[in-house]
Design a protein around this ligand. Sequence first.
Ligand code: ATP
Ligand code: MG
Length: 334
Amino acid sequence: MSQQTALSVKDLKTYFYTNKRCNKAVNGVSFDIKKGSTLCIVGESGCGKSVTASTIMQLLPRLSRIEEGSITYNSDAGEIAIHELERDGAEMKRIRGSEIAMIFQDPMTALNPVYTIGFQIAESLQYHTDLNKSQIRARTIELLANMGIPSPEQRVDEYPHHYSGGMRQRAMIAMAMSCNPKILIADEPTTALDVTIQAQIFELMEKLKTENDTAIMLITHDMGVVAELADDVAVMYMGNIVEAGTVDDVLRRPRHPYTKALLESIPVLGRGRSQDIKSIRGATPDPYDRPKGCQFAPRCDFATDACNQMPAEEQLSDTHRVMCWQHEELKQNA
Ligand SMILES: Nc1ncnc2c1ncn2[C@@H]1O[C@H](COP(=O)(O)OP(=O)(O)OP(=O)(O)O)[C@@H](O)[C@H]1O
Ligand SMILES: [Mg+2]
């Protein structure tokens, strides 16, 4: 692995087993995240973004497991095969929350209702840093202040239910950032927040990235955020990455019909009100009743008979790859 790579995921498959049925939620996903860079993951609801994130954190629900593939973390002390670690083993506990931290889509996943916010942030600092008690208290208050929590000196001693939804979200972000992680996984971190707070949080993430060389995996629905923050982009559909590349490759020269459709389905800032916004027709398929070949084919304007077979992944350049039989068509269409 290159020294520049912080995290390398190879052919990862995570399946759910419920009522004797198997949901291939993540079905062969590969990507690298470089140190000090941001990979944005986009795609419609249910495509496997959060499951990919929980797999890296080894925080999968009991009914699911890593079926195949590898997750390699390039730590300062050498490469660590995350997929081989026990979910609740000492090594995984040491890494989780300190070297690899996650901002969850639902803040209550990470916050415990019976402890004060301050206690929970302090606990993480105590476990993962050498700070003494008064330094931990000061750092906790500083972290809350950084997140725009008003009167952090008082709020630090309140419980999660005293916080509004947006404040809980910010407290959890403070917790995730508290130990200057080497890898930060942020799952829709700012959906519930005002734009000014959102901008503040993205600024803190950028700071972490430049000052601490943190690699960031940012899951978002917001293409504006992608354009602003991403170095690289991966587009997911039904458990696969159907297109990936630099932000320029994917946003300016999309070669997968799904990426193109996603980009056409959002308004672009500065283009005024008369924009031609198209919704993507149809809905994502039932994961238990998948199309035979390309998963997007039934919704795709470019589909042909060839699409009855799963497309192979093609490398278009050093940085750009796509899974589509028709990608040449899109080149001409660009
Ligand atoms: N705890 C769970 N038990 C059973 N199936 C699950 C569970 N969590 C996720 N899944 C399934 O795994 C697939 C991927 O879900 P995931 O949560 O990763 O989607 P997502 O891309 O994060 O969507 P969203 O944008 O809505 O957050 C879906 O088919 C979903 O139903
Ligand atoms: Mg999700």
